[in-house]
Design a protein around this ligand. Structure first.
Ligand code: HEM
Length: 402
């Protein structure tokens, strides 16, 4: 139990100079005071910030904490005033509770199993090899983000969902605007509207001419077109930006830890463990929110009904009470079991897909370019603003000996 409850009034947003992979220093300090702290949101709401591994996991497993969009009126860094937040549109199940959530998640679960995703391995190897070939031919320098990290997950999720190849650029730009954390309000609205229009066209095209993909498979269910659009939006946005940022930021982290990179090159069997450790170490999906539906006792505190709770995955995955030397990237780590894919009913649906993509892509990249290195000083690598939902690098200039 905490006698002392730390109170935070500003969400720490700045990574330390020279430590782009570590959570903001203040967040680490907050966790040292205890796994749960009071947090005053910019609009004055008195909520909570949960930073410890066990408590974050406990909240994620507890149905008394809601993911419903309409309850999330308080933002950790922005004062929205008294706005009414509408419920999540049909199909956008990330921001719903049961039973609505299951209506959408259930029909998808069988399509993202370990077995199904392993069957995709060969195709992912092929896509990866094509991008490495193109990089090699255009080299010996490249922006790893545009040449490798973005196109691979983008092609994979588009193929799975049946998004035609020629539409990818359009969709990728809009998703970037959504999630990159740098678009103004107008740009955000324009990107959202354009994506909605596009998805409406896509669902209509599948109805007219079903193909062999996840979206077409769902046409036989009782899901409406509006619901299918919402589900497609969640899959496209969740399936692309997260993995793309893991690939780019993960490569940056490996380049900054050359002995770990050398181990990955020397021992192909290390790939699975390396991916899990990079997921833990980087936690690109940094924070998620929940709202208490009733009074809940948590870590010795009473969370009142209606109170907003920020869950810090990034500090949970660096919790010294859970991980030995948490701030060290150790591809051979034995104390695994991170929260990078969340936990509970919203645990990442695409985690097996993301794993296969990363298990293929990281080793293929480092083996294709044995002399891969940064083309700029590490402190000049442009990072995404901390306000972005998903953390990462904006670009990663790399070079190699031709
Ligand atoms: C949910 C992380 C890749 C689809 C989540 C959540 C996290 C996460 C933390 C839980 C959110 C919460 O607790 O509210 C990641 C990371 C990825 C990744 C780090 C890459 C490394 C993917 C991929 C897909 C995907 C490739 C593709 C299908 C989803 C969906 C949900 C989700 C649909 C919502 C699940 C639900 O609400 O039931 N992801 N994800 N993710 N993810 Fe991922």
């Amino acid at each position: 139990m905490n006698d002392f409850v730390h109170t935070l009034t500003v969400m720490p947003t700045a990574r330390q100079p020279g430590c782009p992979f570590d959570p903001p220093k203040e967040l680490i300090e907050i966790r040292e005071h205890g796994p749960i702290s009071r947090f005053t949101f910019p609009d004055g709401h008195q909520g909570w910030l949960v930073t410890g591994f066990d408590l974050v996991r406990a909240v994620l497993a507890d149905s008394r904490f809601s993911s419903r969009k309409e309850l999330m009126r308080h933002h950790p860094t922005i004062d929205y005033g008294d706005i009414e937040v509408p419920p999540a549109p049909p199909g956008e199940f990330l921001l719903m509770d049961e039973p609505q959530h299951s209506r959408y998640r259930k029909p998808l679960v069988g399509k993202f199993t370990v077995r199904r995703m392993r069957l995709l391995t060969e195709r992912i190897e092929q896509i990866t090899a094509e991008h490495l070939d193109a990089m090699e031919q255009a080299g010996p320098t490249a922006d790893l983000v545009t040449a490798f990290a973005k196109p691979i997950p983008s092609i994979v999720i588009c193929e799975l969902l049946g998004v035609p190849y020629e539409d990818r650029g359009r969709f990728q730009e809009n998703i970037d605007a959504f999630l990159g954390g740098e678009a103004g309000d107008e740009e955000l609205i324009a990107a959202y509207t354009a994506t909605q229009h596009y998805l409406a066209e896509l669902v209509a095209a599948k109805r007219a001419n079903p193909t062999d993909d996840v979206l077409s498979d769902l046409l036989d269910s009782d899901l409406t077109d509006e619901e299918l659009r919402g589900m497609a939006l969640i899959l496209l946005s969740a399936g692309f930006d997260t993995t793309a940022n893991m690939l780019a930021l993960g490569t940056f982290a490996l380049l900054r830890n050359p002995e770990q990179l050398a181990a990955l090159r020397a021992e192909p069997a290390l790939a699975d463990g390396a991916v899990e450790e990079l997921l833990r170490y980087l936690s690109v999906a940094k924070t998620f929110m929940r709202t208490a539906l009733e009074d809940v006792e948590l870590g010795g505190q009473t969370i009142r009904a209606g109170t907003a709770v920020i869950l810090s995955y990034v500090t949970a995955n660096r919790d010294p009470e859970r991980f030995t030397d948490p701030h060290v990237l150790d591809l051979r780590r034995q104390d695994g079991g991170h929260l990078a894919f969340g936990h509970g009913i919203h645990q990442c649906l695409g985690q097996q897909l993301a794993r296969v993509e990363m298990r293929v892509a990281f080793p293929a990249l480092v083996n294709r370019f044995p002399t891969l290195r940064l083309a700029v000083p590490a402190d000049e690598v442009a990072l995404r603003p901390e306000i972005a939902d998903i953390y990462g690098v904006k670009s990663l200039p790399v070079t190699w000996d031709a």
